[in-house]
Design a protein around this ligand. Structure first.
Ligand SMILES: NC(=O)c1ccc[n+]([C@@H]2O[C@H](COP(=O)([O-])OP(=O)(O)OC[C@H]3O[C@@H](n4cnc5c(N)ncnc54)[C@H](O)[C@@H]3O)[C@@H](O)[C@H]2O)c1
Length: 357
């Protein structure tokens, strides 16, 4: 089993959170929800370096991870870390508008695999130079739209591909949440609609939250200040004819729902571990969630895949076999970014239809 040296750039929560210690039930282990945790858990990766600009981040790392990673060296300059440690895999976990330069430099440094946080970047020009650099260097890169590693969404996309309930007509993603911001959390919604529609987007119509009329390009702060970034509503047509709606409202709720309308069923995911199906030809409704009488529930117990560990498994497989990651490659993440940017452009053009691709 070949071992790979990993390093992280940016030491925030998603980078270095650690699950609580297991309690009582040996079969139920806490799942990794961070880059460092996933590298620590995978038997073929070892975290050799971690980099941040802020001393407070090192204090957190030392308090949280020293028992597991006693030899990880800490750096304030990622170029120095790349030169000293020569890692095989590098995570880029800096704010979204700072991904591009770092990914290009990491790709040019000889690193073989990159795990970049989402969204890939904040402009298409940045995404293009990242893609150019990784393709030129043959780097296996993946972008952290982590729902793509969750089995429940693959199960639902199989319903689309197999036409279990006929053709998919419409898919709607709603987010009523304090951080329902386009780039911060909205990118997951847009990416999941793209994944489930199983087709390339053709056009988008969008409207931004009130108060963002002058927002004609990304002006966020990397996602930390809720007021710096709008929520949005959008209507998308995919090339296979599927329509999609995105409804986002910044509010104190914590609700994310995805609903798919097929010829003969409505399928609903409400963030829990179930796929709720209301079939027109099914048995009488046995349970009611929201406005929909549920005739069938499928997908129990498939929710708890540890997404971050799954990303590392895919990257290690890519390095072991010389293959390229297929679950969330940079060109796919670029299309998701084009949807976000299309919404902003549509809003700036008085909600005009913006053609993509
Ligand atoms: N996948 C998810 O569910 C998820 C969750 C949270 C955040 N994110 C993404 O993670 C990324 C980071 O977000 P965040 O909220 O953790 O950001 P943050 O601003 O809280 O932290 C970023 C860290 O990067 C460091 N940094 C910035 N430039 C650097 C450089 N040149 N070299 C070294 N360190 C540098 C900063 O000092 C900071 O500690 C964003 O792309 C965000 O969208 C993803």
């Amino acid at each position: 089993m070949k071992k790979y040296k990993a390093a992280v750039i940016g030491l925030s929560h998603i980078s270095q959170a650690r699950a609580p210690k297991p309690s009582g039930m040996p079969a139920v282990q806490p799942l990794p929800r961070s880059h460092v945790a996933a590298y620590a858990m995978h038997p073929q990766t070892e975290l050799v370096g971690a980099c941040d600009l802020m001393p407070a981040a090192f204090e957190r790392f030392n308090n949280t991870w020293r028992d597991v990673c006693p030899d990880t060296r800490l750096y304030t300059d990622y170029r120095e870390m790349l030169a000293q440690e020569k890692p095989d895999i590098v995570s880029v976990i800096t704010p979204d508008d700072k991904h591009a330069d770092i990914v290009v430099n990491v790709a040019d440094s000889g690193v073989k695999a990159i795990w970049c946080e989402k969204p890939i970047a904040t402009t298409l020009a940045d995404a293009d130079r990242m893609i150019e650099a990784v393709e030129r260097n043959g780097v296996a890169m993946t972008v952290s739209h982590t729902r793509r590693w969750m089995p429940i969404f693959h199960r639902v996309r199989d319903l689309v591909r197999d036409k279990t309930y006929g053709d998919l007509k419409l898919v709607t993603a709603t987010s009523y949440y304090s951080r329902a911001m386009m780039f911060r959390n909205g990118t997951h919604l847009f990416d999941m609609l793209y994944f489930l529609a199983d087709s390339e987007p053709e056009w988008v119509i969008g409207e931004l939250e009130d108060g963002f009329d002058g927002f004609d390009r990304y002006q966020g702060d990397g996602g930390n200040l809720i007021s710096s970034e709008p929520s949005a509503n959008a209507y998308i047509k995919f090339k296979n004819g599927v329509r999609a709606n995105v409804l986002m409202v910044k509010s104190n709720n914590s609700t994310n729902i995805i609903e798919l309308v097929f010829d003969s069923a409505v399928v609903r995911l409400d963030g829990g571990p179930q796929i709720m199906v209301s079939r027109v030809d099914g048995p009488p409704a046995t349970a009611t969630r929201g406005a929909i009488g549920v005739t069938e529930i499928i997908g129990y117990s498939e929710w708890s895949a540890d997404r971050e560990l799954a990303v590392v498994i895919e990257l290690v497989h890519a390095l072991d076999t010389g293959s390229m990651p297929a679950i969330s490659p940079p060109r796919v993440a670029r299309t998701t970014l084009s949807l976000l940017l299309g919404v902003i452009e549509s809003h700036a053009k008085d909600n005009a239809k913006v053609r993509l691709g």
